[in-house]
Design a protein around this ligand. Structure first.
Ligand SMILES: [Zn+2]
Length: 446
């Protein structure tokens, strides 16, 4: 097993410390730590964050392996400083049975870069007609806790109510992609002045806000947990704030791109900026940042949505929705929130690690960086700056909106289950990572 002494790292609260990693755990914190068998990682000037947890990742396997696989998406995640991701269910076949979620989890274990937690579909085939085998997925080896038809909205109120009642029995959560389907038929960009100017069908904010309001009331009625995916409008922040004030068990996430980019980027008809929900106005960006700062929005989730070149390198109206986001997330968060003082690094640790882990029911992340917890760590250089390029992408697709933008911060190290997946700023070779993952599993079995 790997042993590491991380020398002189700065913790999110500003303290400086050495960190001893052994047997897959953070064994000790303190100054002047030594271990003759350990590799020494010089972390002078580096910030240590708890391993990042993504609540919303599209890994595309099974079925869409030309866009991404569990292995390539796991590599992208590790490169971005993540140690766990929740893999969305809109694969082919859809992750609506115990068999598919167990397959996705196993592929993640074999790859070994991150913990892959499958999300189960709410309805069979994401078709919105009848409930999927929620209980069987929860009881499977994958122990699914998050259920979502993401990509599609569970628009039938009765089905959503039944799903909430079902997940309540085992403490699960329904994650809703809030998009009223009739109000967004053919929609291409945020509805408003810009959509009229560009002659593209508008996507009204109310299509998101109306579903969140309805579902919050249903969750309150049932007494079950509702999570709202990728909140994108100022009105949605208000609705979530209202629901929380009423004591409704609701949580919400926002993506990095909705915290930084606006609809103005659609002007060039460059489909890299086409995303669901669409980029909104600067007022919405400001409201989302404020909502995150005051705790109305609980977590940042990437909605990493890889697509092969042919699906994005085409006319705006036929291009696929979505952006890759794992490798850029931390830099975008630094640019949108940290460098302008909206959040401190301790807040970043909360919204990108402990809170998403708690929402997803993932153990080991509730105490942050502390002795005795599983070693999931991200070392970053917040003073670095780089022009973001395709070389920074480690997944199979390159549909990033940030290419050629200057971005702050850089991931120098990622440690998952006590072994390195990123070392000295370079993604560790997949054979070495798979070997370490096998050793880690054997140790936990033995
Ligand atoms: Zn979605």
């Amino acid at each position: 097993m790997t042993r590491l002494v991380i020398r002189g790292a700065t913790l999110p609260d500003g303290r400086s410390t050495d960190i001893l990693v052994a047997e897959g755990l953070i064994a000790e914190l303190g100054t002047g730590l030594t271990d003759t068998k350990a590799r020494v990682v010089d972390a002078d000037g580096l910030l240590a964050l708890p391993g990042l947890v993504d609540l919303h990742t599209h890994l595309r396997e099974p079925g869409f392996e030309h866009g991404e696989t569990v292995l390539t998406g796991s590599r992208a995640a590790a490169a971005g400083g993540f140690t766990a991701v929740h893999a969305m269910a809109n694969t082919s076949p859809v992750a609506d049975t115990a068999g598919v979620v167990e397959q996705v989890m196993s592929l993640g274990e074999t790859a070994g870069y991150v913990t892959v937690r499958p999300v189960g579909a709410v309805t069979v085939g994401l078709l919105g007609d009848r409930l999927a085998e929620i209980g069987a997925m929860a009881l499977s080896r994958a122990a699914v806790r998050v259920f979502s038809d993401d990509g599609k909205c569970v628009s039938d109120a009765l089905l959503l109510r039944r799903a909430l009642e079902y997940v309540k029995s085992f403490g699960g959560v329904v994650a809703q992609h809030a998009q009223e389907p009739r109000l967004t038929e053919g929609a291409q960009v945020n509805e408003g002045r810009l959509s009229s100017e560009l002659g593209l069908a508008g996507w009204p904010a109310v299509a998101e806000e109306a579903i969140i309001a309805r579902d919050a009331l249903l969750a309150g009625h049932v007494g079950a947990r509702l999570h709202v995916c990728h909140v994108s409008t100022a009105g949605s922040v208000e609705v979530v704030r209202w629901a929380k004030a009423r004591g409704i068990p609701i949580t919400a996430e926002v993506t990095p791109h909705h915290l930084l980019l606006t609809e103005e980027l659609a002007r060039g008809y460059d489909a890299r900026f086409k995303v669901n929900p669409p980029l909104r106005r600067q007022e919405d960006v400001e409201a989302l940042r404020a909502g995150l700062a005051d705790g109305t929005i609980d977590a940042i989730a990437t909605d990493h949505a890889p697509h092969p070149l042919e699906a994005k390198d085409c006319e705006w109206d036929v291009a696929a929705f979505g952006m890759v986001g794992l490798e850029s997330a931390l830099s975008v968060v630094q640019a949108a929130l940290v460098d302008n003082g909206v959040l401190g690094w301790a807040d970043v640790a909360r919204v990108l690690s402990s809170t998403p882990a708690s929402i997803g029911g993932l153990d080991g992340y509730d105490r942050g960086i502390a002795a005795g917890v599983p070693a999931a760590l991200t070392l970053i250089d917040p003073t670095a700056s780089r022009v973001f390029s395709a070389d920074d992408l480690r997944g199979r697709s390159v549909n990033s909106p940030y290419l050629s933008m200057t971005m702050p911060g850089r991931v120098i190290g990622t440690i998952h289950r006590g072994y390195e997946t990123v070392r000295d700023g370079v993604l560790v070779d997949e054979n070495e990572v798979a070997q370490r993952a096998t050793e880690s599993r054997e140790q936990h079995r033995g």
